[in-house]
Design a protein around this ligand. Structure first.
Ligand code: HEC
Length: 289
């Protein structure tokens, strides 16, 4: 049987199609602007670490936006980058079941659930105002960005907890994306015991998941900036509720050298909810250690 020229082209297109989106993953890093990827990568062991060159990333469908509502940028900027969802697609990650952790050079971590990604369309940014971002000191603005950061075309909070809007997850200094199985993360941070919908514990869970989890780890998940794990926070919440609430609202009042940022805007109700959530862990965690 002879294939017509058109059919051959079609056949080639079909054969080549699965590879056209494929990213080259290198086992070694060759540049500080490489993006590290790890976690639940298809066809690789769970502890595998791979690197994607900046030039590889730039082959993916990129988007550009003028951003006016991102706290990382004191002035409106033009960003260019790849939507996290496109990147997952190119990595052949089945995106419904994963949380993407954006890990920063100082152990800070932002977390992107499927729902967050669908609602807000987070973008892994490679250029700001037409310039590649490469990292460096992050104390000042304009140019002190990177190696990667995450931003949005615009951010519209999709829920409120105890009067507080959902917070944008906008880490700067991102060096790694870690692909986490959502069920494992939920098993690590879901409150212990029976939790009634709309209860204080459930509200505290939402607040802690979107904020405390950026710096504090629950087992192998969550940020490692603080080096104070979930179980220790739980013990504090159970042992000394007043001290716990004072610490969360204003750590520097307790220890002038504290690095944890104050949450001066946390209301009494929010503090109680976060405390109730952490207290749900106290007994089993204390026993385990
Ligand atoms: C931006 C990072 C960051 C976030 C977000 C964060 N923390 Fe912390 N936390 C730290 C650091 C760093 C420490 C270690 C002590 C220090 O230097 O402040 C710490 C220490 C603590 C401690 C231990 C205090 C002690 O007695 O040693 C508790 C309890 C705590 N955090 C609770 C929380 C809770 C609850 C939240 C969420 C409402 C939270 N943290 C969010 C960075 C953070």
């Amino acid at each position: 049987m002879f294939l017509s020229r058109a059919n051959i082209m079609l056949l080639l297109a079909v054969l080549l199609q699965p590879f056209s989106q494929q990213l080259e993953l290198s086992p070694v890093s060759t540049s500080s602007s490489d993006l590290k990827v790890s976690g639940a990568l298809p066809a690789l062991p769970v502890d595998a670490v791979r690197f994607i060159r900046r030039s590889e990333l730039e082959q993916l469908p990129m988007v550009s936006y003028r951003v006016t509502d991102d706290a990382n940028f004191p002035r409106p900027v033009e960003i260019r980058g790849v939507p996290l969802e496109e990147l997952l697609h190119a990595l052949n990650v089945s995106s419904e079941s994963v949380i993407v952790a954006a890990v920063c050079d100082d152990g800070y971590e932002a977390h992107y659930s499927p729902q967050y990604r669908h609602t807000h369309g987070p973008i892994l940014v490679t250029q700001v105002n037409g310039k590649e971002i490469h990292g460096g000191t992050r104390a000042s603005d304009d140019g002190a960005y990177g190696p990667y950061l995450v931003s949005h075309a615009s951010f519209h909070p999709s829920y409120r907890v105890l009067g507080q809007d959902e917070e944008a997850q906008i880490p700067n200094g991102v060096v790694e994306l870690r692909i986490l199985k959502q069920k494992d993360v939920l098993a690590a941070i879901a409150p212990r015991g029976h939790v009634a919908p709309g209860s204080e514990v459930e509200q505290g869970y939402k607040l802690a998941g979107q904020y405390c989890f950026r710096c504090h780890n629950a087992g192998e998940y969550g940020g490692h900036k603080a080096n104070v794990p979930w179980g220790q926070i739980a013990n504090e919440a159970a042992r000394d509720p007043k001290g716990f609430m004072l610490w969360v609202r204003n750590p520097q009042a307790v220890d002038p050298a504290a690095e944890m940022p104050p949450s001066a805007d946390y209301s009494e109700a929010m503090l109680h909810a976060v405390m109730a959530y952490f207290q749900s862990f106290a007994a089993p965690m204390a026993r385990r250690k």
